[in-house]
Design a binder for this molecule. Structure first.
Ligand code: GDP
Length: 395
């Protein structure tokens, strides 16, 4: 069987098992390494060649997309990762750091349940780091932390091992103060990031390595050894022992919630209808057999298929030919194609169950933010608004 076909089978098999799904976004201040990290994760999962990773040719490559004539909606990719002998599906929504920064992040955060917050170890948190973190917390999207560019601490700033540990510790403390200041309720619910627990990883997306406390236990590589490899400019060996995608994806799977766990909480924040109603209960439990509740978070243009609406499926299942209500529209729309993302390509499937991020065509009345449902008169989702509270001051 071809590699692609095998991957398609793996992705579609995992789609109907919410326990094995993580819907995540990677968020960062511009230039902190989000693109390099995303490429690296995709290469690690076998979705793009290792040669391309770390050279940012993937998420940014419009020309290649056009030349190949396939839909590369760089806003969405899916990958399969093995953790403790089991395969998981990670649906990753990209959040462009340039144009329309705020709006894109805001929409993406509605579709996901967890976020990898990337911070440059040298620069520390920046205004956009705060914006994205605030938006994630507002949407009850759980953060984990990836401290990137650690090689710069050692090779540019020439810090010693002890100083490096102190700096990383301070950065983690600062992020926790931000989380507490932005959403104390979530902070108290356990959403602080904690290196000892494993919700923090640090490394170098450019040089393909990362480490976390669980990763140290798994590989036997100590903090001092990490430092020594970097100082000796042998990050290649470090990348072989502690591959970036393994440290980051292990952290995602272990600490970011499944769609079922996430929806039991998030639906209370993003939907204000009756939680005791049939549709309310269905969304809180990500019931794939119930009425459809789908929220559109992105609309893109496909040269072949036309408008593609991407969004989060909170209950029910999407099938081709299905007739649906679109909030604000007077007539029903008919779903044409139903797809998921396999690596960067949109892949047509028969059916997508609740808990996934899905891409559909045929929703001619949909706009970003539309509620799409089979239930006549369903209360629409809370509209997606950008968190715009003042900057949190941290002492
Ligand atoms: P984005 O704007 O957040 O997507 O950032 P990019 O991934 O485009 O990275 C911005 C710049 O930082 C590029 O020049 C990368 O090569 C560089 N970069 C990314 N990760 C690392 C890293 O771990 N170490 C170093 N030294 N540079 C990095």
């Amino acid at each position: 069987m071809g590699r692609r076909k095998k991957m398609v089978e793996r992705v579609t098999a995992l789609m109907s098992n919410p326990e094995m799904i993580r819907n995540i976004g990677i968020v960062a201040h511009i230039d902190h390494g989000k693109t390099t990290l995303s490429d690296n994760l995709l290469a690690g999962a076998g979705m793009i060649s290792k040669e391309l990773a770390g050279r940012q040719l993937f998420m940014d490559s419009d020309e290649e997309e056009q030349a190949r004539g396939i839909t590369i909606d760089s806003a969405n990719v899916s990958m399969v990762h093995e953790y403790n002998g089991k395969e998981y599906l990670i649906n990753l929504i990209d959040t462009p750091g340039h144009v329309d920064f705020g709006g894109d992040v805001t929409r993406a955060m509605r579709a996901v349940d967890g976020a990898v917050v990337v911070i440059d170890a040298v620069e520390g948190t920046m205004p956009q780091t705060e914006t994205v973190l605030r938006q994630a917390l507002k949407e009850h999207v759980k953060p984990v932390l990836f401290i990137n560019k650690v090689d710069r601490l050692i090779n540019e700033l020439q810090v010693d091992a002890q100083e490096m540990q102190i700096r990383l510790g301070k950065l983690i403390d600062h992020v926790n103060k931000l989380i507490k200041g932005m959403n104390e309720e979530r902070y108290n619910a356990g959403w602080r990031v904690d290196a000892a627990e494993g919700t923090v990883a640090f490394g170098s997306a450019l040089y393909n390595w990362a480490i976390s406390v669980p990763m140290m236990q798994k590989t036997g590589v100590s903090f001092q050894q990490v430092f020594d490899y970097c100082r000796a400019e042998d990050m290649k060996s470090l990348a072989e022992k502690c591959p970036l995608h393994e440290a980051v994806n292990d952290m995602v799977i272990r600490f970011l919630p499944t769609p079922i766990v996430a929806q039991a909480d998030r639906v209370n924040v993003i939907w204000h209808g009756d939680k005791e109603s049939k549709i309310g209960k269905a969304m809180l439990s990500a019931d794939a057999t119930a009425d459809l509740a789908f929220m559109v978070t992105d609309i893109s243009m496909d040269p072949h298929a036309g408008e593609v609406a991407t969004g989060r499926l909170f209950s029910g299942s999407l099938t081709r030919g299905m007739e649906v209500y679109v909030s604000g529209a007077s007539k029903k729309n008919r779903i044409q194609q139903v797809g998921v993302f396999m690596g960067p390509e949109r892949l047509e499937v028969e059916n997508i169950p609740a808990g996934n991020i899905a891409a559909v065509t045929g929703l001619r009345d949909a706009i970003v933010g539309s509620t799409v449902t089979t239930l006549d008169g369903m209360e629409a989702f809370e509209s997606i608004t950008h968190a715009s509270e003042p900057v949190v001051t941290v002492a």
